[in-house]
Design a protein around this ligand. Structure first.
Ligand code: GUN
Length: 293
């Protein structure tokens, strides 16, 4: 029988641990974790994500500060805000929601965040620590960190002898995911749009992670029987059965057919999504503990 991984339930247990750690930090050191979330422009999907992050931060007992900047914000204005947040002792985590409007260059902004406040794990210092196998010293990107929680639940923390395939090579997900799997001793292939015979590469995977942004691209005959399939895709497709103009959310994996072959599979929605937010909270409380010494 396939296990349909309940991301909400796993995320809820991570959140409970964060809440206990937050209460202990406040009691023992008088420190309340502070998370600053910055959003620029009017993209509705980004606003929805940011609202969930701010709401969850409050539920965790953090000080949650949301900076909503207009679409026409300049590079200098955004850079100045990051500098202010870098200098603010009450802010332990800074997240600049991506993508930024087209006229802004995200890379210098991300790299200007102090690495110890980079709860997204995107600063080169944090990416470099992960790439060199230093998993305890830095902050790990939230979505791959969450996906690894699912992997460990099924396979334990040592993936020796297992083949893992990650489809996608973004800095936000594919590269850190591959690094985490490698650090856990998996044999890792990072596949992408130029990979030849992707289906055959995927069929070799004991752990298959899809992060490509193509609705239901991974089919049942790409999946090795019994494999763990983790779907990181968030795609909206037309759903005329729900009424005219309606849409529904699907992942990068054709869920129904792949669930017949996989050993464990994450659904969309309700899989990786809730875990990403939970790991952001975990990173923020870790950053606050480190600051408190
Ligand atoms: N946009 C979509 N996912 C993410 C994320 O994990 N972090 C940031 N900063 N922006 C995102």
């Amino acid at each position: 029988m396939v296990e349909i991984v309940d991301g909400k339930q796993v995320a809820a247990s991570v959140i409970e641990s964060v809440q206990s750690a937050t209460a202990a930090l406040e009691k023992d050191a008088g420190v309340k974790p502070g998370l600053a979330v910055v959003i620029v422009g009017d993209d509705p999907a980004s606003h929805a994500y940011v609202s969930s992050k701010s709401r969850m931060a409050k539920e965790c007992g953090f000080t949650s500060i949301q900076h909503t900047l207009p679409e026409e914000t300049t590079q200098e204005e955004l850079a100045r805000l990051v500098e202010t947040l870098n200098a603010d002792e009450s802010v332990h985590g800074i997240l600049v929601q991506l993508p930024l409007p087209k006229h802004l260059n995200s890379e210098p902004i991300i790299q200007s965040i102090r690495p110890e406040k980079d709860v997204d794990g995107l600063h080169v210092v944090n990416a470099g620590k992960l790439a060199t196998g230093d998993l305890d010293g830095g902050l790990v990107s939230c979505t791959p960190a969450g996906a690894m929680v699912f992997v460990r639940r099924t396979h334990g923390s040592d993936l020796s002898g297992l083949n893992a395939v990650v489809i996608g090579r973004s800095n936000l997900f594919g590269k850190p995911m591959s690094a985490l799997l490698l650090a856990a001793n998996a044999t890792v292939t990072t596949a992408h749009s130029r990979t030849k015979d992707l289906a055959a590469v995927c069929r070799n995977a004991d752990i298959l992670v899809a992060a490509v942004g193509r609705p239901e691209m991974v089919k049942a005959d790409w999946v090795k029987p019994g494999a763990t399939v983790i779907d990181v895709g968030i795609n909206r497709i037309a759903a005329p059965e729900k009424g005219e103009g309606k849409s529904r959310m699907v992942g990068d994996v054709a869920f129904e057919e792949c669930a017949k072959v996989a050993g464990a599979i994450t659904p969309v929605p309700g899989g990786v999504g809730p875990m990403t937010i939970a790991m952001l909270m975990a990173n923020t409380v870790i950053a606050a503990y480190r600051k408190a010494g």
